[in-house]
Design a protein around this ligand. Structure first.
Ligand code: PEP
Length: 251
């Protein structure tokens, strides 16, 4: 049985005061959430505030990106051990915005996955196709290529210690959610691909859906057999909405 995971991705949003308010809303409502694991991935500069407010609560927290290096002359980068220093449990790797705007290749994402795991973080590996790729019928080949790069770099057992998020790029921040069938089909494909390397990793690994998941559509998406939680952008910026998605994952 895979425990559902709901992780918020705040992206580059918020202010110190706004995040303090969001965190107190989350802490006040956490009682509704029983069965699911819940986390927020904050902009790096606010992680210390997040740690101070969430320490001792049921929430875990994480970063949104990690360097492949552990220290040194890499201006602007944040190393895995630094994230661990501030209590991070998770880190997102290979988010489509990083692939698109920072030219992160499949190989770099795979190295980031390895660096995160080596630092003791649980990497949340994002996979997903663009609208063009979907329209060309390339969804499965794109997702397989992105996943295979990480399996090749890290080995299937290490991949099994992370989390996967299927995030169709055309559904992120657009209000356009994948249909239940579209989402379930790709999740099942990813699980099948993992099973080609190791059946027990495939059975145990959590595959989250991300792409305009919100309180209205969460329960239906989460009821799909291969959807084990959500990576939530926009709806994680309002405590009531995020808690409603977390509660749907706990039902
Ligand atoms: C995301 O940023 O990973 C995401 C899924 O965003 P949204 O929920 O806003 O589509």
């Amino acid at each position: 049985m895979r425990q559902p995971l709901v992780a918020g991705n705040w992206k580059m949003n918020g202010s110190r005061a706004g995040i303090a308010e969001l965190l107190s809303g989350l802490k006040a409502g956490i009682g509704q959430v029983t069965a699911a694991e819940v986390a927020v991935c904050a902009p790096a500069i606010y992680i210390s505030d997040v740690q101070q407010q969430l320490e001792g609560s049921a929430f875990k927290w994480g970063g949104q990106d990690v360097s492949v290096h552990t220290s040194g002359a890499y201006t602007g980068e944040i190393a895995g051990p630094m994230l661990r220093d501030f209590g991070c449990h998770f880190v997102i790797v290979g988010h489509s915005e990083r692939r698109a705007y920072h030219a992160e290749s499949d190989e770099l994402v795979a190295q980031k996955f390895a660096a995160a795991w080596a630092a003791g973080l649980v990497p949340i590996l994002c996979l997903g196709e663009t609208l063009d790729e979907r329209e060309q019928g390339a969804t499965e080949s794109v997702v397989a290529r992105q996943l295979d790069a990480v399996i090749a770099q890290c080995g299937i057992d290490t991949v099994g210690e992370g989390v996967i998020a299927y995030e169709p790029v055309w559904a992120i921040g657009t209000g356009r959610t994948a249909s239940l069938d579209q989402a379930q089909q790709v999740h099942a494909f990813i699980r099948g691909r993992l099973a080609q390397s190791n059946q027990s990793v495939a059975d145990g690994l959590r595959i989250l859906y991300g792409g305009s998941m919100n309180p209205k559509n969460a329960a239906d998406l989460l009821a799909q057999p291969d959807i084990d939680g959500g990576l939530i952008g926009g709806a994680s910026l309002k405590s009531d909405d995020f808690l409603a998605v977390c509660a749907a994952a706990s039902d």
